[in-house]
Design a protein around this ligand. Sequence first.
Ligand SMILES: Nc1nc2c(ncn2[C@@H]2O[C@H](COP(=O)(O)OP(=O)(O)O)[C@@H](O)[C@H]2O)c(=O)[nH]1
Ligand SMILES: [Mg+2]
Length: 460
Amino acid sequence: MRKNPIAAIATPPGAGGVGIVRLSGESLSGLAQKILGKTPNPRYAHHTVLKDSQGSHIDELLLIYFQSPASFTGEDVIELHCHGGARLTQMVLNRALELGEEWGLELAGPGEFSLRAYLNGKIDLAQAEAIADLIGAQSDAAIRGAARSLQGQFSERVNFLIEQITQLRILVESTLDFPEEEIEFLEASKAREQLSTILRDLDALVEKTEQGKILRDGLRLALVGAPNVGKSSLLNCLLGEERAIVTPIAGTTRDRIQETISLEGVPIHLTDTAGLRESSDVVEQIGIERTWDEIANADIIIFMRDLSQSQNHEDLELEQKVKECADKRAHIVYVFNKLDLLDATKISPIESAAQHDPVFISAKTGVGLDQLKERILSLAGWQSNLAAGAFTARDRHLVAIHKAKDHLLKAQIHGFSGNQRLELFAEELRFAQDELGLITGKLLPDELLGKIFSEFCIGK
Ligand SMILES: Nc1nc2c(ncn2[C@@H]2O[C@H](COP(=O)(O)OP(=O)(O)O)[C@@H](O)[C@H]2O)c(=O)[nH]1
Ligand SMILES: [Mg+2]
C-alpha cells in the first residue's frame, strides 16, 4: 500500500453550502503552513484565502489541521472547507494537489481514507464497513444499525468470542503435554462446558448477524403474474404514489419499474414487471424476457392472480414455470387480488385451500396489505423483536461466523481426551478463531482488503 499523502473531495458532487476537500498524509504540517501562510493550530478553524498559481483569488475557506494521531485516518489531516460548488471544489482540490506536489500529494482512491484509518488501528474492519453502511443507509433503522456497528457493538461481540476461544485454547494447550491418564477429569468437563457456552454465544451472534444483513441489504421482490391482475396497482399501493401506469388494457407495463420501500426499516427493492403472456408485440416480448430475469434474481416473488377471474390450466402452467425459474432459496407468495369485487364468503374452496397459504388483498381498497407486508417480512427472516438492538452486517461476516461454528463443532466431535485428539481439538479452535478474526480484519489477506475498500466511493 502506498504511503504518500492523498487528497479528495469529501462532500457529494453537486451544489451545496460547503464543499470539503480532505487531505491525509504522514506529515502535512508543512503543507498546511504553505496554504495558510503561517503555522496552523491543530483543530482550529483558520480563515484563509486560497489563490491560484497566478495569485488570483479562488475562494475564501476554512482550513482545519488535525495532527497525527488525533485524526480520522491517524495521519496528519487537512480539511479545506470552501463554498460548495461542484466546479469550485474541483478547483480547490486541483490547487491543493499543485501545492502538495513537493510532498508527493496524489488523488485518493476509493475508500482510501477509511483504509488508512483501519491500517493505523483507528477502527477495525467491521467498523470501516459500517461507515459505508451508515452513508448508504436508506432507513432510520439501517442508520441506527450502522451506527451501532460503527461504535463497535458488533466487533465487541466478535472479540468477546475470540477471547473465550483463547481461554479455552490455553486450557487445552496446557493439558497437551500431560500423559492421557493425568488429564484431570475436572479439566475435561470444564473444557466441554466452555465449548458449549461458546457455541451458544455464537448461535446468538448468527441470529443477530442475519438480521443485520437483512437490514443492510434488504430484499429483492418481484411482482409477477398474468396481465391485468393488478401488479402495477399493488406497486403503487405499496409506494403510496402513482408510480406505474395502471389501465384495464392488458400489456400496459412493458418495461420493469424498480422502486425501494422500507418495511420496518428493512429495504425492499420492488420490481413491477410486464405481465406474462404470449405476445406478438416486440417491445412487450422484451419486457416479458426481463420479467423472467427478475424472477430468477428475486428473493421473494409475489405471484398474483385476479380473484374475479376463474383459474384455468394456463394459470397453473404459468405457476409451474415461475417455480422452475425461481432461485431455489426464493420464496413465492401467492396473492389473490381484487377481493373488493367478491363477497369474501364466496371465495371458492380451491382458491382458499391452504396448499399455498395465499394472501387475499385488494390493491384498490388496501384490504389485506398489512398481512402481505407481515408475510414479506417474516419470509425475509426479519424478527421485529430483535430489531431494537440490531446492527448492520454483511454476507462476508455471516460466512465467517458459520465457518467458525463448523470448526467448533468439529472440535466437539474430537472431544477432550488423548493427546492426539487434543491436538486436533486445539487446531479446530485455532481455525475458528482465525475465521472470526477475518470479521474485524486481523489476518486479512491484502486482496480481500483491497476488494472491501474498493466498494467505497472516493473521499470516504
Ligand atoms: N376492483 C379492483 N380492480 C383492480 C384492483 N387492482 C387492480 N385493478 C384494476 O385492474 C386493472 C389492471 O390493473 P394493473 O395494476 O394495471 O394490472 P397489471 O397489468 O397486473 O399491472 C386496472 O383497471 C385496475 O384499476 C383491485 O384490487 N380491485
Ligand atoms: Mg402493470
